[in-house]
Design a protein around this ligand. Structure first.
Ligand code: SAM
Ligand code: SF4
Length: 470
């Protein structure tokens, strides 16, 4: 693959970011309240508005930020929570990212690329646990190219557990590819393509990426443009919090989202906000250059929900169970659960070996335990993949999402996939708690016709039918 940045756009305006940060220093409480009133309209926030909320220092007003985020999230998503699991396919990597355990010069790491058979075995374990949506994760290596990545995606789609069925949506987090490479992923049925910029601050980016292709800031900054050009219209961005000033990276994320909207008519499908976690062989990961407090991190999540209300916000198991519950309340719409972060981990009887992991996991509970916990907190787990399979993606998805479609389609689809989970995978305790939630959810549906339709389909699932959706 030839790295060519002649057409690349440098759309991050660093001086505009700093000037916004300076202009919103210590904002007046009345301005914060005005901004929150605007956020309640669910039309999103400007960079200026976002910076006002980020820089509020009044703790009582911070609580208002959290409650507004809860309100907006509830209004758009209801109590649904989408579930997925990451699957690491290779930890071979040519890059030296100072913060990552997979970096090329980490000689203590046990390197491994899964064979097709090994990959299938991992997929079967995940299918038998009840996962339907996977995120495939890859290090970057010259021989493990786009064609090979597309091949591994196909292996995942082709692996159908006799007991449990199939994976219905494969998302990918891999290093930037060229347009042809992304086309190969599109042709193999990619769901969402994820690529995190890590930090939008160019000097810091150059400082933490020591060698390899990833040193090229512009190549990465335009990765989602190339994916869009190849026809992948669900693209996902993220920043790695802890590398640089979180206010800067938050505004960088918004500039990136605005750029995609301007160029392709649709912003990111999801945003991720990993926080630097300790990783074997990475000094920096133990001492983040810009550590972010739990309070500020919670603000980042809540304000993202207000700034881009219709964008999915993804929370991984990097954070611990208790903190995850708080973040879910203020805006998260998708979570991973039961995650293991190295190739072969799901079939490894000696799981939890530090010499193979990318970073340490903060929430190591099983999928079933997480489901029981979120159900007890009143959330409705969903494994829905209907939009992607019916072509409701990209701009089309966003348009529909804005018209309250989530309540009409996503809620019923969540109920049906949740009922599959309860029938096929849940432990007796989880099933008991889940059944009560399911009954209450159906009973609470305002549209009588829809309610009857859903009840009928739920019964069909109870008698053995699978994969029903609207
Ligand atoms: N190699 C590809 C790349 O760099 O884009 C994709 C896989 S990489 C394993 C996925 C993400 O993990 C990175 O984009 C980075 O944000 C995150 N990551 C790396 N090191 C981390 C650490 N120590 N703690 C938390 N997240 C980390
Ligand atoms: Fe490799 Fe990605 Fe880790 Fe960097 S973040 S060392 S590119 S796996």
């Amino acid at each position: 693959m030839k790295i060519d940045t002649t057409d690349a756009r440098d759309f991050i305006d660093e001086s505009a970011i700093w000037s916004t940060i300076e202009r919103t220093e210590n904002p007046d409480p009345s301005l914060v309240r005005e901004t929150l009133a605007k956020a309640r309209e669910r039309k999103g926030l400007t960079q200026f508005d976002t910076a006002v909320l980020l820089q509020n220092k009044d703790l009582e007003l911070d609580e208002e930020i959290f409650s507004t985020a809860r309100e907006v999230k509830k209004g758009i998503y209801g109590n649904r929570l989408v579930l997925f699991a990451p699957l690491y396919v290779t930890n071979e990597c040519m890059n030296r990212c100072a913060y990552c355990g997979f970096k090329a010069d980490n000689s203590d790491l046990d390197r491994r690329t899964l064979t097709d058979e090994e990959l299938s075995s991992e997929v079967r374990v995940l299918e038998d646990l009840g996962q339907k949506r996977l995120l495939l994760v890859y290090g970057e290596h010259p021989t493990l190219d786009a064609k090979w990545i597309a091949h591994t995606m196909q292996v995942v789609y082709d692996t159908v557990s006799e007991k449990s069925g199939e994976i219905r949506r494969v998302n990918v987090n891999c290093a930037p590819l060229d347009v042809d490479g992304y086309r190969a992923l599109k042709d193999t049925g990619i769901g969402t393509y994820q690529c995190f910029q890590e930090t939008y601050h160019r000097k810091t980016y150059e400082k933490v990426h020591l060698s390899g292709r990833k040193t090229n800031y512009l190549w990465r900054l335009n990765s989602l443009h190339r994916a869009q050009k190849a026809g992948i219209d669900d693209v996902a961005m993220g920043a790695l919090f802890g590398l640089y000033d979180y206010r800067f990276d938050m505004l960088g994320l918004l500039q990136h989202a605005e750029e995609l909207e301007k160029m392709f008519g649709v912003g990111p499908h999801t945003i991720s906000f990993p926080r630097l976690e300790p990783a074997l062989g990475s000094e920096m990961s133990y001492n983040p250059p810009y550590p972010i407090s739990l309070h500020d991190f919670k603000k980042v999540v809540a304000i993202l929900r207000l700034a881009v209300p219709y964008t999915g916000l993804i929370l991984t198991t990097r954070e611990n169970a208790e903190f995850r519950s708080e973040l879910i309340k203020v805006g998260v719409s998708q979570i991973s659960a039961g995650s293991r972060t190295y190739p072969g981990a799901y079939t490894d009887p000696e799981y939890d070996r530090p010499d193979v992991q990318q970073f340490c996991v903060g929430d190591s509970r099983s999928l079933d335990e997480v489901i029981r916990d979120v159900v007890q907190q009143g959330y409705l787990p969903s494994w829905c993949t209907a939009c992607y399979r019916l072509g409701r993606t990209g701009e089309h998805f966003m348009e529909l999402a804005k018209k309250g479609f989530i309540q009409t389609y996503c809620h019923p689809n969540a109920l049906m996939t949740f009922n599959e989970y309860l029938n096929d995978y849940a432990s007796p305790e989880t099933r008991e708690a889940g059944r009560i939630l399911l009954e209450n959810e159906v009973a609470g549906m305002a549209d009588e016709k829809r309610r009857d339709l859903v009840s009928e389909r739920i019964k069909r699932i109870d008698s053995g039918e699978r994969d029903l959706y609207f």
